[in-house]
Design a protein. Structure first.
Length: 79
């Protein structure tokens, strides 16, 4: 088993564990926190793979499309 396959298994195992699932009736913010972490992990896992197949620029675009939008690092006071 290759390193990327093993890493994917760890990540999928974490994502599918009941303890990380959104609980019905939980605050909406809880789902947001879960989704944000999930997208960050997906982006980090996919970027090197897609970049190796499609080049850095196209790999980054495809990774962003596949994993979903990442949160803004800073949102100013006017927003």
């Amino acid at each position: 088993q290759s390193c990327p396959e093993k890493a994917a298994q760890y990540w999928l195992g974490w994502a599918l564990e009941d303890s990380h699932a959104h609980r019905p009736g939980a605050p909406v913010n809880s789902q947001y926190v879960y989704d944000s972490k999930y997208r960050q992990n997906a982006y980090s896992a996919l970027l090197p793979v897609y970049s190796s197949f499609f080049g850095a620029a196209d790999g980054a675009k495809l990774t962003a499309a596949e994993s979903g939008p990442l949160d803004e690092g800073y949102v100013g006071g006017g927003s």
